[in-house]
Design a binder for this molecule. Structure first.
Ligand SMILES: [Fe+2]
Length: 181
């Protein structure tokens, strides 16, 4: 006969683990909700419901504040140097492990739109990795990034500092449509 279930309370040093896991899950969920609502707002605009769009954007903002609060409690917001290192690390993981693995699965499952979405993200993360790396080197010497405009392809997320290309090298979108920051 199988041994009956025994309650095993966490060791004192692990007592905060469940709350940390819960907050990490909530951070992911709130971040996702915020992004969904922004996309829903764009649809509402296109369909002629500008006030529904406004509502979605307002709630997206609220959800993003929840996500930020959770991230703060988890200790995920540091100085700019720490944040650039964390951002570089996240991009590097996506480039070297996450997206290559996801791409392999999407290929096996012959999902071409997923492969395209993954390729767009992977290529843009490579842009970001390089930009974060050079920016970090500057900030480690207390030097801000230069004042040049950062431009992002509105379709694939290809990111450049300075002039946009005539055409996005990843997706072919005209440079004139790049969003400026
Ligand atoms: Fe693009």
């Amino acid at each position: 006969m199988a041994e009956s279930f025994k309650s095993t309370p966490p060791a004192p040093e692990d007592r905060g683990a469940m709350t940390a896991e819960n907050l990490a899950a909530a951070l992911a969920g709130e971040s996702q909700a915020s992004q969904k609502y922004l996309a829903f707002a764009d649809v509402a605009d296109v369909e002629g419901y500008p006030n529904v769009a406004r509502l979605f954007r307002a709630v997206a903002y609220a959800e993003s504040m929840h996500a930020r609060n959770h991230l703060s409690v988890l200790g995920g917001i540091g100085t700019t140097t720490e944040n650039l290192k964390a951002a570089w690390g996240g991009e590097t993981f996506e480039i070297t492990e996450m997206y290559p693995a996801y791409d392999a699965v999407a290929k096996l499952q012959e999902n071409e739109s997923a492969q395209m979405s993954i390729r767009y993200a992977l290529k843009a993360e490579m842009d970001h990795q390089g930009i974060y790396d050079s920016t970090l080197k500057g900030v480690e010497g207390q030097k801000d990034l230069g004042a040049e405009t950062v431009r992002v392809c509105p379709i694939c997320g290809h990111t450049v500092i300075g002039d946009a290309p005539d055409e996005c090298p990843q997706c072919g979108t005209a440079g004139a449509y790049f969003k400026e920051f």
